[in-house]
Ligand binder design. Structure first.
Ligand code: PLP
Length: 382
């Protein structure tokens, strides 16, 4: 193996750190499916590998690349984004207090309310765009973690990572950021003071909607990191070797995919802002967005491939329009090369903070003009 030490992150990603298999000279990373590894004759494991829960050589390159892209000290792959996020909360103790966003990936909010709360965590949901509200909700000495998601599903509000990290650290709390939507291409939360970055690697990192994975990248390899490693090892929520390999392959095209998705999202947002059928476009890249200045400061190179449209015709028009698209796929998830559209309130169910008139759009890498004309036709004919 040899790594390119002075390469830019874009080159590191494209070349998967430039590791070359020393035995074969293979340029493309290889996959190691073995679940178990030989002991040395003196009973040691000098190879560093013993058993593939969670000690798999196929993880190494993907985890090293994630560390490089996020500027972290260590990275860990998980079986899903939920398994990665869950490990962070399970690494706390019953009785600990955590803050999480009122508007966030709904699956994690549901898990926090229906599993983590009965398990013993005290969870307060707050507006993560409101520093005064966060400061008021923090309990010094008892709040152990502030969980952020920025941009946050599916209203795409932005949280000020640096300011929240300062506030959290003063109170003795850690900050973890779900950076799935921003990706390391657009934002590096650890460089802004966060302690942990989480990704649903199912999304942009893999980028092809053909596997499910999660990742944590930490600023330090400390006791908290060891706790996460123990949860992964002992709980067994590990990624398969093939999925780890697919993830590494996907990350090699992360930069160009994210750049095209950002351009497409901006083009769609600009086209539909002020449109006769559209009440509001939610996209932090629009200068009219309330969080635009913060997003411009905290993100670089774009504002992400995700946006939402609120329709003047309400829920019925939103559901009907989603049924009429041809190029967009009517499906959940995000971050793939194909564009997806979803009536979000339907999937989140009762109690969701998501307006019923909202369509969530994940822009892929198709031609922007095709995406726009397909949406125009769907809105008109619905
Ligand atoms: N975080 C965000 C922002 C997501 O969109 C998702 C999935 O949709 C998750 C976390 C959960 O990830 P996974 O589906 O890989 O478990």
């Amino acid at each position: 193996m040899s790594a390119g030490e002075n390469w830019s992150p874009r080159s590191q990603a494209a070349r998967a750190l430039g590791w070359i298999d020393q035995r074969t000279g293979a340029v493309t990373p290889s996959i190691q499916p073995s679940s178990t590894f030989l002991r040395d004759s003196d009973n040691q494991f000098r190879s560093g590998y013993s058993y593939a829960r969670d000690n798999n050589p196929t993880y190494d390159q993907a985890e090293a690349l994630l560390c490089e892209l996020e500027g972290g000290a260590a990275a860990m792959l998980f079986a899903s984004g939920m398994a990665a996020a869950g490990a962070v909360f399970l690494n706390l103790r019953p009785g600990d207090h955590v803050l999480a966003p009122r508007v966030m990936y709904w699956g994690l909010r549901k898990w926090l309310m229906e599993f983590a709360t009965p398990w013993g965590l005290q969870v307060d949901l707050v507006e993560m765009g409101d520093l005064a509200a966060i400061a008021a909700a923090v309990r010094p000495g008892q709040t152990r973690l502030i969980w952020l998601e920025t941009p946050a599903n599916p209203l795409w509000g932005i949280s000020d990572i640096a300011a929240i990290a300062k506030l959290a650290h003063a109170a003795g709390a850690l900050v973890a950021v779900d950076s799935t939507v921003a990706t390391p291409v657009l934002c590096q939360p650890l460089n802004l003071g966060a302690d942990i970055v989480m990704h649903s690697a199912t999304k942009y990192l893999n980028g092809h909607s053909d596997m499910v994975a999660g990742a944590l990248i930490t600023a330090r390899k400390d006791d908290f990191w060891q706790g996460l490693a123990d949860i992964r090892h002992d709980g067994g929520a590990i990624l398969g070797a093939f999925e780890a390999w697919l993830l590494l392959r996907g990350m090699r095209t992360l930069y160009p995919r994210v750049e095209v998705a950002c351009r497409n999202a901006l083009a769609v947002a600009q086209h539909f802002e002020g449109h006769g059928e559209v009440a509001q476009v939610l996209y932090p890249g629009l200068p009219s967005a309330p969080d635009h200045a913060l997003a411009a400061r905290q993100m670089r190179g774009g504002f992400g491939g995700m946006l939402s449209l609120r329709l003047k015709g309400g829920e019925r028009h939103a559901v009907a329009a989603a049924a009429k698209v041809k190029l967009w796929s009517r499906a959940t998830s995000l971050g793939g090369v194909e564009s997806l559209i979803e009536h979000r309130a339907s999937i989140e169910g009762p109690g969701t903070p998501v307006p019923a008139d909202l369509l969530r759009l994940s822009c892929g890498i198709e031609a922007a003009e095709d995406l726009i004309s397909d949406l125009e036709t769907a809105l008109r004919s619905a």
